[in-house]
Design a protein around this ligand. Structure first.
Ligand SMILES: Nc1ncnc2c1ncn2[C@@H]1O[C@H](COP(=O)(O)OP(=O)(O)OP(=O)(O)O)[C@@H](O)[C@H]1O
Length: 426
Protein backbone atom coordinates (compact mmCIF):
# COMPACT_ATOMS: atom_id res chain seq x y z
CA UNK A 1 0.00 0.00 0.00
CA UNK A 2 2.84 2.36 0.88
CA UNK A 3 4.36 1.73 -2.52
CA UNK A 4 1.08 2.31 -4.21
CA UNK A 5 0.74 5.66 -2.50
CA UNK A 6 4.34 6.67 -2.91
CA UNK A 7 3.85 9.23 -5.64
CA UNK A 8 0.42 10.43 -4.52
CA UNK A 9 -0.11 13.77 -2.82
CA UNK A 10 -1.22 12.46 0.57
CA UNK A 11 -3.25 14.65 2.87
CA UNK A 12 -2.41 14.85 6.55
CA UNK A 13 -5.24 12.57 7.48
CA UNK A 14 -4.07 9.83 5.18
CA UNK A 15 -0.57 10.19 6.58
CA UNK A 16 -2.01 9.74 10.11
CA UNK A 17 -3.83 6.64 9.01
CA UNK A 18 -0.69 5.25 7.46
CA UNK A 19 1.09 5.74 10.76
CA UNK A 20 -1.58 3.66 12.43
CA UNK A 21 -0.74 0.84 10.05
CA UNK A 22 2.19 0.00 12.25
CA UNK A 23 -0.28 -1.24 14.86
CA UNK A 24 -0.08 -4.99 15.36
CA UNK A 25 -3.81 -5.70 15.36
CA UNK A 26 -4.59 -7.40 12.04
CA UNK A 27 -8.23 -6.40 12.00
CA UNK A 28 -7.42 -2.75 12.53
CA UNK A 29 -4.87 -2.95 9.75
CA UNK A 30 -7.50 -4.21 7.37
CA UNK A 31 -9.77 -1.36 8.38
CA UNK A 32 -7.06 1.28 8.16
CA UNK A 33 -6.12 0.10 4.69
CA UNK A 34 -9.68 0.61 3.54
CA UNK A 35 -9.73 4.00 5.25
CA UNK A 36 -6.56 5.10 3.53
CA UNK A 37 -8.13 4.28 0.20
CA UNK A 38 -11.36 6.04 1.05
CA UNK A 39 -9.60 9.09 2.51
CA UNK A 40 -7.55 9.24 -0.63
CA UNK A 41 -10.33 8.79 -3.10
CA UNK A 42 -13.43 10.36 -1.59
CA UNK A 43 -12.51 14.08 -1.68
CA UNK A 44 -12.40 14.30 -5.44
CA UNK A 45 -15.96 14.92 -6.66
CA UNK A 46 -15.64 12.76 -9.75
CA UNK A 47 -13.74 10.09 -7.91
CA UNK A 48 -16.95 8.78 -6.39
CA UNK A 49 -17.09 6.48 -9.42
CA UNK A 50 -13.81 4.90 -8.33
CA UNK A 51 -15.42 3.12 -5.44
CA UNK A 52 -18.78 1.87 -4.41
CA UNK A 53 -20.23 5.07 -3.00
CA UNK A 54 -23.83 4.91 -1.88
CA UNK A 55 -25.46 8.09 -0.64
CA UNK A 56 -27.46 6.70 2.15
CA UNK A 57 -28.36 8.53 5.34
CA UNK A 58 -29.41 7.02 8.61
CA UNK A 59 -30.65 8.46 11.87
CA UNK A 60 -28.92 6.96 14.87
CA UNK A 61 -31.40 5.76 17.44
CA UNK A 62 -28.84 5.16 20.18
CA UNK A 63 -25.72 6.78 21.62
CA UNK A 64 -22.45 5.22 20.57
CA UNK A 65 -18.96 5.68 21.95
CA UNK A 66 -16.32 3.43 20.36
CA UNK A 67 -14.17 3.80 23.48
CA UNK A 68 -16.83 1.93 25.41
CA UNK A 69 -17.21 -0.77 22.79
CA UNK A 70 -15.24 -3.91 23.55
CA UNK A 71 -16.09 -5.46 20.19
CA UNK A 72 -14.73 -2.78 17.87
CA UNK A 73 -11.52 -3.93 16.11
CA UNK A 74 -9.87 -0.51 16.46
CA UNK A 75 -11.21 2.13 18.87
CA UNK A 76 -9.37 5.00 17.14
CA UNK A 77 -11.16 4.12 13.94
CA UNK A 78 -14.61 4.28 15.52
CA UNK A 79 -17.10 7.08 14.98
CA UNK A 80 -18.96 8.28 18.04
CA UNK A 81 -22.49 9.59 17.72
CA UNK A 82 -25.53 10.53 19.75
CA UNK A 83 -29.12 9.42 19.48
CA UNK A 84 -30.75 11.52 16.74
CA UNK A 85 -27.53 12.23 14.81
CA UNK A 86 -27.74 11.84 11.04
CA UNK A 87 -24.95 9.74 9.56
CA UNK A 88 -23.98 9.18 5.99
CA UNK A 89 -23.10 5.60 5.24
CA UNK A 90 -19.91 5.32 3.21
CA UNK A 91 -19.60 1.55 3.10
CA UNK A 92 -21.61 -1.46 4.13
CA UNK A 93 -19.14 -3.92 2.71
CA UNK A 94 -18.49 -5.50 6.08
CA UNK A 95 -21.47 -7.24 7.69
CA UNK A 96 -20.44 -6.20 11.20
CA UNK A 97 -18.75 -2.81 10.86
CA UNK A 98 -20.08 -0.15 8.55
CA UNK A 99 -18.16 2.97 7.65
CA UNK A 100 -19.97 6.25 8.17
CA UNK A 101 -19.50 9.96 8.76
CA UNK A 102 -21.67 12.66 10.23
CA UNK A 103 -23.95 14.13 7.55
CA UNK A 104 -22.71 17.47 6.32
CA UNK A 105 -19.29 16.93 7.88
CA UNK A 106 -16.74 18.27 5.41
CA UNK A 107 -14.15 15.80 6.69
CA UNK A 108 -14.27 12.93 4.21
CA UNK A 109 -12.87 10.39 6.61
CA UNK A 110 -15.33 7.74 7.62
CA UNK A 111 -15.33 5.96 10.94
CA UNK A 112 -16.46 2.52 12.00
CA UNK A 113 -19.94 2.04 13.40
CA UNK A 114 -21.65 -1.23 14.31
CA UNK A 115 -23.86 -2.49 11.50
CA UNK A 116 -27.60 -2.58 12.08
CA UNK A 117 -27.68 -6.32 12.21
CA UNK A 118 -24.80 -6.55 14.66
CA UNK A 119 -26.18 -3.82 16.92
CA UNK A 120 -29.63 -5.38 16.90
CA UNK A 121 -28.19 -8.73 17.83
CA UNK A 122 -26.19 -7.50 20.76
CA UNK A 123 -28.92 -5.12 21.96
CA UNK A 124 -31.44 -7.93 21.84
CA UNK A 125 -29.16 -9.96 24.07
CA UNK A 126 -28.90 -7.09 26.54
CA UNK A 127 -32.53 -6.08 26.26
CA UNK A 128 -33.98 -7.70 29.34
CA UNK A 129 -31.54 -5.71 31.41
CA UNK A 130 -31.67 -2.33 29.71
CA UNK A 131 -35.20 -2.04 28.53
CA UNK A 132 -37.56 -4.17 30.50
CA UNK A 133 -36.24 -4.03 34.01
CA UNK A 134 -36.22 -0.27 34.63
CA UNK A 135 -39.85 -0.02 33.67
CA UNK A 136 -40.91 -2.92 35.82
CA UNK A 137 -39.22 -1.45 38.80
CA UNK A 138 -39.86 2.20 38.51
CA UNK A 139 -42.69 2.76 36.17
CA UNK A 140 -44.98 0.02 35.17
CA UNK A 141 -45.63 -1.57 38.50
CA UNK A 142 -46.02 1.61 40.43
CA UNK A 143 -48.05 3.18 37.63
CA UNK A 144 -50.46 0.32 37.39
CA UNK A 145 -50.97 0.22 41.07
CA UNK A 146 -51.21 3.87 41.82
CA UNK A 147 -52.34 5.71 38.79
CA UNK A 148 -55.29 6.22 36.68
CA UNK A 149 -55.32 7.64 33.26
CA UNK A 150 -56.23 11.23 33.67
CA UNK A 151 -59.84 11.91 33.24
CA UNK A 152 -60.86 13.57 30.06
CA UNK A 153 -62.31 16.59 31.70
CA UNK A 154 -66.01 16.34 31.59
CA UNK A 155 -66.54 20.03 31.15
CA UNK A 156 -64.95 22.56 28.96
CA UNK A 157 -63.61 24.29 31.99
CA UNK A 158 -59.90 23.70 31.56
CA UNK A 159 -59.09 26.60 29.31
CA UNK A 160 -61.56 28.77 31.16
CA UNK A 161 -60.08 27.97 34.55
CA UNK A 162 -56.65 28.95 33.48
CA UNK A 163 -57.01 31.77 31.11
CA UNK A 164 -60.58 32.87 30.96
CA UNK A 165 -60.54 31.84 27.31
CA UNK A 166 -62.73 29.02 26.12
CA UNK A 167 -61.42 27.02 23.22
CA UNK A 168 -63.86 24.59 21.66
CA UNK A 169 -62.58 21.06 21.44
CA UNK A 170 -59.66 21.73 23.73
CA UNK A 171 -59.43 18.70 25.91
CA UNK A 172 -56.96 17.09 28.11
CA UNK A 173 -55.40 14.00 26.73
CA UNK A 174 -55.00 10.45 27.83
CA UNK A 175 -51.67 10.92 29.46
CA UNK A 176 -51.23 8.99 32.65
CA UNK A 177 -51.39 10.76 35.96
CA UNK A 178 -50.93 9.63 39.47
CA UNK A 179 -54.05 8.68 41.28
CA UNK A 180 -55.31 10.93 43.98
CA UNK A 181 -55.33 8.48 46.83
CA UNK A 182 -58.25 10.23 48.53
CA UNK A 183 -60.59 9.69 45.63
CA UNK A 184 -61.83 6.30 44.72
CA UNK A 185 -62.04 6.64 41.01
CA UNK A 186 -62.13 3.60 38.84
CA UNK A 187 -59.06 2.67 36.91
CA UNK A 188 -58.94 4.29 33.53
CA UNK A 189 -57.87 1.69 31.01
CA UNK A 190 -55.59 2.95 28.33
CA UNK A 191 -54.84 0.23 25.80
CA UNK A 192 -52.39 -1.06 28.31
CA UNK A 193 -51.57 -4.13 26.28
CA UNK A 194 -48.90 -2.45 24.21
CA UNK A 195 -47.97 0.29 26.60
CA UNK A 196 -44.53 -1.02 27.34
CA UNK A 197 -43.83 -2.76 24.12
CA UNK A 198 -40.17 -3.57 23.92
CA UNK A 199 -40.35 -5.50 20.69
CA UNK A 200 -38.43 -2.93 18.66
CA UNK A 201 -34.72 -2.68 19.13
CA UNK A 202 -33.76 0.87 18.17
CA UNK A 203 -30.60 0.98 16.07
CA UNK A 204 -30.75 3.02 12.88
CA UNK A 205 -33.47 4.29 10.60
CA UNK A 206 -32.85 5.23 7.00
CA UNK A 207 -33.86 8.83 6.45
CA UNK A 208 -34.17 11.34 3.65
CA UNK A 209 -34.72 15.11 3.65
CA UNK A 210 -38.33 16.26 3.33
CA UNK A 211 -39.71 19.74 2.93
CA UNK A 212 -43.43 20.28 2.98
CA UNK A 213 -44.82 21.68 -0.25
CA UNK A 214 -47.32 24.53 0.04
CA UNK A 215 -50.18 22.41 -1.29
CA UNK A 216 -49.50 19.59 1.18
CA UNK A 217 -51.17 19.09 4.54
CA UNK A 218 -49.21 20.10 7.61
CA UNK A 219 -47.29 17.45 9.47
CA UNK A 220 -48.99 16.21 12.61
CA UNK A 221 -47.35 17.66 15.70
CA UNK A 222 -47.20 15.18 18.54
CA UNK A 223 -46.42 16.44 22.03
CA UNK A 224 -45.15 14.05 24.64
CA UNK A 225 -44.19 14.67 28.25
CA UNK A 226 -44.77 13.67 31.84
CA UNK A 227 -47.88 14.75 33.68
CA UNK A 228 -47.74 18.31 34.94
CA UNK A 229 -44.81 19.35 32.75
CA UNK A 230 -46.93 21.96 30.98
CA UNK A 231 -48.13 20.35 27.76
CA UNK A 232 -51.61 21.80 28.07
CA UNK A 233 -50.29 25.20 28.95
CA UNK A 234 -48.03 25.26 25.89
CA UNK A 235 -50.76 23.88 23.66
CA UNK A 236 -53.21 26.47 24.95
CA UNK A 237 -50.75 29.30 24.31
CA UNK A 238 -50.16 28.07 20.78
CA UNK A 239 -53.87 27.80 20.08
CA UNK A 240 -54.68 31.28 21.27
CA UNK A 241 -51.66 32.69 19.46
CA UNK A 242 -53.25 31.73 16.13
CA UNK A 243 -56.59 29.94 16.17
CA UNK A 244 -56.66 29.82 12.37
CA UNK A 245 -53.34 28.05 12.16
CA UNK A 246 -53.42 25.55 15.04
CA UNK A 247 -56.09 23.02 15.90
CA UNK A 248 -56.76 20.20 18.35
CA UNK A 249 -58.85 17.07 18.02
CA UNK A 250 -62.38 16.66 19.34
CA UNK A 251 -62.59 13.47 21.43
CA UNK A 252 -65.33 10.87 21.30
CA UNK A 253 -67.32 9.92 24.38
CA UNK A 254 -70.15 7.62 25.28
CA UNK A 255 -71.30 9.75 28.20
CA UNK A 256 -74.56 11.65 27.89
CA UNK A 257 -74.43 15.08 26.34
CA UNK A 258 -75.08 17.94 28.73
CA UNK A 259 -77.52 20.68 27.88
CA UNK A 260 -74.87 23.31 27.19
CA UNK A 261 -72.81 21.00 24.98
CA UNK A 262 -73.04 20.55 21.23
CA UNK A 263 -72.16 17.40 19.40
CA UNK A 264 -68.82 17.76 17.62
CA UNK A 265 -67.73 20.77 19.67
CA UNK A 266 -66.81 19.60 23.16
CA UNK A 267 -67.09 15.93 22.22
CA UNK A 268 -68.38 13.68 19.52
CA UNK A 269 -71.12 11.78 21.36
CA UNK A 270 -71.61 8.18 20.32
CA UNK A 271 -73.22 5.02 21.71
CA UNK A 272 -71.27 2.39 23.63
CA UNK A 273 -71.96 -0.13 20.94
CA UNK A 274 -70.59 2.10 18.21
CA UNK A 275 -67.57 3.00 20.33
CA UNK A 276 -66.76 -0.68 20.87
CA UNK A 277 -67.14 -1.36 17.16
CA UNK A 278 -64.78 1.50 16.40
CA UNK A 279 -62.28 0.10 18.89
CA UNK A 280 -62.45 -3.25 17.12
CA UNK A 281 -61.84 -1.50 13.83
CA UNK A 282 -58.78 0.31 15.20
CA UNK A 283 -60.33 3.72 14.74
CA UNK A 284 -58.85 5.14 17.92
CA UNK A 285 -55.37 6.40 18.55
CA UNK A 286 -56.00 6.19 22.29
CA UNK A 287 -59.06 5.36 24.26
CA UNK A 288 -60.06 4.57 27.82
CA UNK A 289 -62.86 4.08 30.26
CA UNK A 290 -63.79 6.39 33.08
CA UNK A 291 -66.81 6.06 35.34
CA UNK A 292 -68.37 3.52 32.99
CA UNK A 293 -68.00 5.75 29.97
CA UNK A 294 -65.54 5.50 27.13
CA UNK A 295 -63.45 8.38 25.89
CA UNK A 296 -61.16 8.29 22.90
CA UNK A 297 -59.24 10.20 20.27
CA UNK A 298 -60.01 8.90 16.82
CA UNK A 299 -57.75 8.86 13.81
CA UNK A 300 -60.48 10.63 11.87
CA UNK A 301 -60.51 13.52 14.35
CA UNK A 302 -56.84 14.13 13.49
CA UNK A 303 -57.66 13.92 9.79
CA UNK A 304 -60.42 16.43 10.19
CA UNK A 305 -58.10 19.04 11.76
CA UNK A 306 -55.50 18.49 9.03
CA UNK A 307 -58.18 18.72 6.33
CA UNK A 308 -58.92 22.26 7.54
CA UNK A 309 -55.35 23.06 6.61
CA UNK A 310 -54.37 23.50 10.26
CA UNK A 311 -51.43 22.24 12.26
CA UNK A 312 -52.91 19.53 14.48
CA UNK A 313 -51.49 19.52 18.04
CA UNK A 314 -51.90 16.13 19.62
CA UNK A 315 -50.58 15.01 22.97
CA UNK A 316 -50.36 11.30 23.52
CA UNK A 317 -48.65 8.75 25.65
CA UNK A 318 -45.24 7.97 24.20
CA UNK A 319 -46.02 4.36 23.35
CA UNK A 320 -48.69 5.61 20.95
CA UNK A 321 -46.20 7.54 18.84
CA UNK A 322 -45.04 4.57 16.83
CA UNK A 323 -48.57 3.92 15.60
CA UNK A 324 -48.75 7.45 14.24
CA UNK A 325 -45.51 7.25 12.28
CA UNK A 326 -47.06 6.96 8.86
CA UNK A 327 -46.72 8.62 5.48
CA UNK A 328 -50.16 10.15 6.00
CA UNK A 329 -49.34 11.99 9.24
CA UNK A 330 -45.55 12.39 9.01
CA UNK A 331 -45.56 13.21 12.71
CA UNK A 332 -43.04 15.57 14.22
CA UNK A 333 -42.59 14.50 17.81
CA UNK A 334 -41.70 17.03 20.48
CA UNK A 335 -40.77 15.92 23.96
CA UNK A 336 -41.50 18.51 26.63
CA UNK A 337 -39.03 17.92 29.39
CA UNK A 338 -39.04 19.28 32.93
CA UNK A 339 -36.10 21.38 34.10
CA UNK A 340 -34.09 20.50 37.21
CA UNK A 341 -35.98 20.03 40.46
CA UNK A 342 -34.56 23.34 41.74
CA UNK A 343 -36.01 25.17 38.74
CA UNK A 344 -39.32 23.34 39.10
CA UNK A 345 -39.54 24.55 42.71
CA UNK A 346 -38.82 28.09 41.60
CA UNK A 347 -40.97 28.32 38.49
CA UNK A 348 -44.00 26.33 39.68
CA UNK A 349 -44.42 28.15 43.02
CA UNK A 350 -47.86 29.41 42.04
CA UNK A 351 -48.81 26.67 39.61
CA UNK A 352 -51.39 23.97 40.18
CA UNK A 353 -51.29 20.37 39.07
CA UNK A 354 -54.58 19.79 37.32
CA UNK A 355 -54.59 16.01 37.58
CA UNK A 356 -54.36 16.20 41.35
CA UNK A 357 -57.47 17.60 43.01
CA UNK A 358 -58.47 18.40 46.56
CA UNK A 359 -61.75 17.44 48.28
CA UNK A 360 -63.60 20.32 46.61
CA UNK A 361 -62.32 19.21 43.21
CA UNK A 362 -59.96 22.17 42.85
CA UNK A 363 -56.50 21.67 41.37
CA UNK A 364 -53.77 21.39 44.01
CA UNK A 365 -50.38 23.09 44.19
CA UNK A 366 -47.44 20.94 43.16
CA UNK A 367 -45.80 18.94 45.92
CA UNK A 368 -42.20 17.82 46.15
CA UNK A 369 -43.41 14.35 45.27
CA UNK A 370 -45.07 15.66 42.10
CA UNK A 371 -41.78 17.21 40.99
CA UNK A 372 -39.84 14.03 41.70
CA UNK A 373 -42.42 11.95 39.88
CA UNK A 374 -42.32 14.31 36.91
CA UNK A 375 -38.55 14.08 36.61
CA UNK A 376 -38.48 10.32 37.08
CA UNK A 377 -41.22 9.79 34.56
CA UNK A 378 -39.45 12.07 32.05
CA UNK A 379 -36.26 10.05 32.42
CA UNK A 380 -38.07 6.80 31.78
CA UNK A 381 -39.82 8.27 28.75
CA UNK A 382 -36.58 9.59 27.34
CA UNK A 383 -34.75 6.30 27.89
CA UNK A 384 -37.42 4.21 26.35
CA UNK A 385 -38.84 6.44 23.64
CA UNK A 386 -36.14 9.04 23.09
CA UNK A 387 -35.34 7.60 19.66
CA UNK A 388 -38.80 8.65 18.50
CA UNK A 389 -38.39 12.29 19.52
CA UNK A 390 -37.53 14.83 16.84
CA UNK A 391 -37.07 17.67 19.29
CA UNK A 392 -36.68 18.11 23.03
CA UNK A 393 -37.81 21.35 24.64
CA UNK A 394 -37.17 21.99 28.33
CA UNK A 395 -40.11 23.78 29.89
CA UNK A 396 -38.21 25.88 32.38
CA UNK A 397 -39.29 29.46 31.80
CA UNK A 398 -42.69 29.29 30.12
CA UNK A 399 -42.12 32.19 27.72
CA UNK A 400 -38.75 30.83 26.62
CA UNK A 401 -40.22 27.35 26.08
CA UNK A 402 -43.15 28.80 24.14
CA UNK A 403 -40.85 30.85 21.90
CA UNK A 404 -38.70 27.80 21.25
CA UNK A 405 -41.81 25.89 20.30
CA UNK A 406 -42.88 28.65 17.92
CA UNK A 407 -39.45 28.76 16.27
CA UNK A 408 -39.55 24.99 15.90
CA UNK A 409 -42.92 25.25 14.16
CA UNK A 410 -41.71 27.99 11.83
CA UNK A 411 -38.73 25.86 10.81
CA UNK A 412 -40.88 22.78 10.42
CA UNK A 413 -43.06 24.59 7.95
CA UNK A 414 -40.30 26.17 5.91
CA UNK A 415 -37.15 24.04 6.14
CA UNK A 416 -36.24 20.50 5.14
CA UNK A 417 -36.21 17.89 7.90
CA UNK A 418 -35.04 14.30 7.96
CA UNK A 419 -37.87 11.79 7.78
CA UNK A 420 -37.87 8.00 7.43
CA UNK A 421 -37.33 6.93 3.83
CA UNK A 422 -40.26 4.56 4.23
CA UNK A 423 -42.65 7.55 4.46
CA UNK A 424 -41.71 8.87 1.06
CA UNK A 425 -40.96 5.73 -0.89
CA UNK A 426 -43.73 3.47 0.32
N1 LIG B 1 -42.86 26.86 32.54
C1 LIG B 1 -43.79 26.98 33.47
N2 LIG B 1 -43.61 27.81 34.51
C2 LIG B 1 -44.56 27.92 35.48
N3 LIG B 1 -45.71 27.25 35.50
C3 LIG B 1 -45.94 26.40 34.49
C4 LIG B 1 -45.01 26.21 33.42
N4 LIG B 1 -45.52 25.32 32.57
C5 LIG B 1 -46.70 24.95 33.05
N5 LIG B 1 -46.97 25.60 34.20
C6 LIG B 1 -48.13 25.44 35.07
O1 LIG B 1 -48.07 24.12 35.58
C7 LIG B 1 -49.40 23.62 35.76
C8 LIG B 1 -49.53 22.30 34.99
O2 LIG B 1 -49.42 22.60 33.60
P1 LIG B 1 -50.28 21.80 32.55
O3 LIG B 1 -51.65 21.56 33.04
O4 LIG B 1 -50.10 22.44 31.23
O5 LIG B 1 -49.47 20.44 32.61
P2 LIG B 1 -49.75 19.12 31.82
O6 LIG B 1 -48.43 18.61 31.36
O7 LIG B 1 -50.75 19.32 30.77
O8 LIG B 1 -50.24 18.20 32.99
P3 LIG B 1 -51.70 17.79 33.42
O9 LIG B 1 -51.98 16.65 32.54
O10 LIG B 1 -51.60 17.41 34.86
O11 LIG B 1 -52.59 18.97 33.16
C9 LIG B 1 -50.34 24.70 35.24
O12 LIG B 1 -50.74 25.45 36.37
C10 LIG B 1 -49.46 25.54 34.34
O13 LIG B 1 -49.91 26.87 34.26
Amino acid sequence: LAEELQNKPLNSETRELLKLLSKPNVKSQIFIRSQVSSAYYVPGPVDTTCRRFVKMFIKALFDYDPNEDKAIPCKEAGLSFKKGDILQIMSQDDATWWQAKHAGDANPRAGLIPSKHFQERRLALRRPEILVQPLKVSNRKSYEETIECEEIKEDAEYAGNHSGTYIAGFRRSFRLSRKDKKTNKSMYECKKSDQYDTADVPTYEEVTPYRRQTNEKYRLVVLVGPVGVGLNELKRKLLISDTQHYGVTVPHTTRARRSQESDGVEYIFISKHLFETDVQNNKFIEYGEYKNNYYGTSIDSVRSVLAKNKVCLLDVQPHTVKHLRTLEFKPYVIFIKPPSIERLRETRKNAKIISSRDDQGAAKPFTEEDFQEMIKSAQIMENQYGHLFDKIIVNDDLTVAFNELKTTFDKLETEAHWVPVSWLHS
